[in-house]
Design a protein around this ligand. Sequence first.
Ligand SMILES: NC(=O)c1ccc[n+]([C@@H]2O[C@H](COP(=O)([O-])OP(=O)(O)OC[C@H]3O[C@@H](n4cnc5c(N)ncnc54)[C@H](O)[C@@H]3O)[C@@H](O)[C@H]2O)c1
Length: 248
Amino acid sequence: MGRLDGKVAIVTGAGSGFGAGISQAFAAEGAKVIVADISQAGGDATVKANPSAMTFHKMDVTNSADWKATVDAATHHYGRCDILVNNAGTSYKNKPTIDVTEDEFQKTFDVNVKGVYLGCNAVSAVLKEGGVIINISSVGATRPRPGLVWYNASKGAVSNATKGLAAELGPRQIRVVSICPLVTGTGLFSHFTGVEDTPENREKFIFNVPMGRIGEVDDVSSAAVFLASNEAKFITGVNLEVDGGRCI
Ligand SMILES: NC(=O)c1ccc[n+]([C@@H]2O[C@H](COP(=O)([O-])OP(=O)(O)OC[C@H]3O[C@@H](n4cnc5c(N)ncnc54)[C@H](O)[C@@H]3O)[C@@H](O)[C@H]2O)c1
């Protein structure tokens, strides 16, 4: 028996990094997954790992019409929707705040905040009792550091909205949680750190992590499986740090 047997999930940003890992972990636990991403190539690559359990749907999280089509795709292919993972995210390259352009600021808030707003509205309208929304926030929501001020502020909004939504949707027995990952070697690594993703550069970011390493995709996908499953049935409004103790 899979821990997500019979469940249908929409995962955004599922063509790379955490989203690809979460989609594969959900499918391995028995879920059907709408792999939602703006990148056709990325989405196709994710689906290839388990085509009988996943369907790619090209969409832009900042576009409300795309959200309607994504929910329709879940219903059309799998008959329902139980889980939404708002994972798609973006950032400008790490730099002093005074050098962040208006376009970079706008894109960061459009994808990271407006995308979550539109996704929660579109999907909460069809979620039934037992539904779950998992937002991918960041350790930067509570421990902002120089060079990523407005990226971290966008994740602060996500963590705050997670609690507000949990309070609002709780009476409908819908849970809303977030996962706050530590820096991990995904497509966004060089944006966050300002340096290339190499083994030597990864070592530079472990000195303040009690458990002595940066994150791995599997740390986040395992947490997502638990939070999406009935094992977490009384957990809502939690911003779960998956960070080897970095935020202590
Ligand atoms: N990697 C880290 O160190 C880290 C740490 C904390 C939080 N996060 C968060 O994790 C989430 C996933 O990022 P990742 O690290 O896996 O990065 P990634 O670049 O590997 O994946 C991001 C995916 O989102 C997709 N995407 C971007 N804009 C989109 C849009 N408008 N509509 C639909 N899809 C879009 C991209 O095509 C890509 O497939 C993000 O929300 C990010 O902020 C990452």
